[in-house]
Design a protein around this ligand. Structure first.
Ligand code: F6P
Length: 547
């Protein structure tokens, strides 16, 4: 069944939220905390190894109640059932959205067009396990009889960002295999990655859902050419495998059918790391760790499916996002992980969030009259504190931020971890409280400066505070907790899309540039680009050709 179609701004709750917003807009978090001594307990959740504190947001319990009413008025409950049971909720592409089936229990039945998809999911998982075990143990040998030492994942977008982020995030759990990722069509990317590799001991995984993506195929072809300079043609079977839905195209590329790990069209590229696209993960950290990642995601799925909205982490995160986006008009959100292991996490989230919810047409096909998906950005703390935090603290923009931190460090350096986490706690407190004029004055007076200097400096030293943050505090970064974090954001994306009445699972917006690049490429070859473009593009092409 299709998703309901309702303009959120036409709901009864929307007007109530607007009225409530005008009451709360100017309230300072400092006041909200001093007026309600139980606020931190009321506006936080403990679930499994997660503690989510959303009390440092510009809201009250009434805000949350109203946002939940909005979700109910927009049929979120029914939408969640449709999502998990395989309804065709990606209507514009005529597909179900079932990345959750990739981590579901074997006993579950999930039907897409009358086919229970779970046995197929487990068949791919078994094949991944057998292959990963063989490569890791060294029983899968390269053509010359040597064990594989290096893995190169060739893919882009969802066929790169998820696995690349997870492999880095789980470095602590990694085995002896070296793992590399080639994505950009920039020839320097693939060349710099492979130039020192030994083809005899390298395994290439070509990952492309469609197997038509220019970047991936160009890189795969160039890498195969490089490989065949020193290896015979028949060795390709031992060194190249593919992950795709497009078996015919993979075979035409020269890859043996047995070396294909299949995926299905009901998994969107940006949500695909849980299946065959995660082969580089399973190779890098072993299949057991890969399974733990999936189990973590499954636990978050169950939490999301079965918890009341008041206690539902992805639902609350999504509703807060709507609150800031549509009422405070905040244009962006920052995600700041306090662990270097999550260095690529925000880049990965950018595709998940912005490719999904960067839409301006509603489910009826009309231009929306409200804001939808926002910009996502961020870097690990504490590096980001020394880069862009100035703007969050004292700039003119409101930037709600998620702070992700862990109670224990993986390598056990308590001194460093306490320093790291003291920054995690300090920043959200500083963002919330700011520094008042009186506080600045007494600080400057104690420093012994002259009255005129103090007068001059005061305005620059004031921090308004009232900057919203959500603290997500987790016991430890493990494959399982990482699975939960990723699934939490996946469901947040889903809920936002439901509220905004948009289709989150197509991505037609990436097509136009791709088509144009194709025709410009052939014009560059023939030189036939005069009078075919606007004058700016034509001039740029002339400059390029003359260089
Ligand atoms: O960026 C557009 C996109 O279609 C993504 O959605 C997808 O993850 C990526 O290209 C790669 O596509 P494929 O896996 O088919 O090569």
């Amino acid at each position: 069944m299709a998703l309901a179609r309702k303009n959120p701004t036409m709901t009864k709750t929307w007007s109530k939220l607007q009225a409530h917003f005008s009451e709360i807009e100017q309230q300072h978090l400092r006041t909200l905390f001093s007026e309600n001594l139980n606020r931190a307990n009321e506006l936080s959740l403990a679930w499994d190894d997660f503690y989510v504190d959303f009390s440092k947001n510009r809201m009250t319990s009434q805000t949350l109640d109203l946002l939940i009413d909005l979700a109910e008025e927009l049929n979120l409950k029914e939408a969640i059932s449709k999502y998990f049971q395989g309804d065709i909720i990606n209507e514009t592409e005529g597909r179900a959205v079932l990345h959750t089936a990739l981590r579901a229990d074997k006993s579950l039945e999930v039907f897409v067009n009358s086919e229970n998809v779970i046995p197929g999911v487990y068949a791919v998982r078994d094949k991944m396990k057998t292959f990963s075990d063989a490569v890791i143990s060294g029983s899968h040998k390269g053509h010359t009889g040597k064990a594989i030492t290096d893995i190169v994942n060739i893919g882009i977008g969802g066929s790169d960002l998820g696995p690349s982020m997870v492999v880095e995030a789980l470095t602590f759990y990694k085995n002896h295999l070296n793992t590399y990722f080639v994505s950009n069509v920039d020839g320097d990317h693939y060349y710099e990655t492979i130039k020192d590799l030994n083809p005899e001991t390298t395994l290439f995984i070509i990952v492309s859902k469609t197997f038509t993506t220019q970047e991936t195929l160009s890189n795969a072809i160039s890498i195969r050419e490089w490989f065949l300079k020193s290896m015979p043609k028949e060795s390709v079977a031992k060194h190249f495998v593919a992950v795709s839905t497009n078996v015919e195209k993979v075979k035409a590329f020269g890859i043996d059918e047995n070396n294909i790990f299949s995926m299905r069209d009901w998994v969107g590229g940006r949500f695909s790391l849980w299946g065959a696209v995660g082969l580089s993960i399973s190779l890098s950290v072993g299949f057991n760790n890969f399974e733990s990642l999936l189990n973590g995601a499954k636990k978050m799925d169950n939490h999301f499916k079965s918890s009341n909205f008041e206690e539902n982490i992805p639902v609350i995160l999504a509703l807060l996002s709507v609150w800031y986006n549509n009422f405070f008009n905040a244009e962006s959100q920052a995600v700041i992980p306090y662990t270097q292991y999550l260095n690529q996490f925000t880049t990965y989230l950018q595709q998940g969030i912005m490719e999904s919810n960067g839409k301006s047409v509603d489910r009826d096909g009309n231009r929306v009259n409200y804001e939808t998906g926002n910009l996502i950005w961020g870097e690990p703390g504490t590096n980001s504190q020394h880069a862009f935090f100035q703007l969050i603290h004292q700039g003119t923009k409101l930037i709600p931020a998620d702070f992700i931190g862990f109670k224990s460090s993986l390598n056990g350096n308590k001194d460093h971890h306490d320093k790291l986490m003291s920054n995690y706690f300090a920043q959200t407190e500083a963002l919330m409280n700011g520094k008042t004029k009186d506080e600045v004055l007494s600080e400057l007076q104690n420093s012994g400066l002259s009255a005129s200097k103090i007068d001059r400096l005061v305005p620059f030293k004031i921090f308004e505070g009232n900057k919203p943050t959500t603290s997500i505090l987790i016991d430890k970064l493990t494959p399982e907790s990482l699975g939960k974090i990723i699934a939490m954001y996946e469901h947040k994306i889903f809920v936002e899309g439901i509220i905004w009445n948009i289709y989150s699972y197509d991505q037609f917006g990436v097509e136009l540039g791709k088509q144009l690049a194709k025709s410009i490429l052939s014009e560059l070859e023939t030189g036939d680009f005069i009078n075919k473009h606007d004058s700016s593009t034509e001039n740029l092409l002339k400059q390029y050709k003359n260089q």
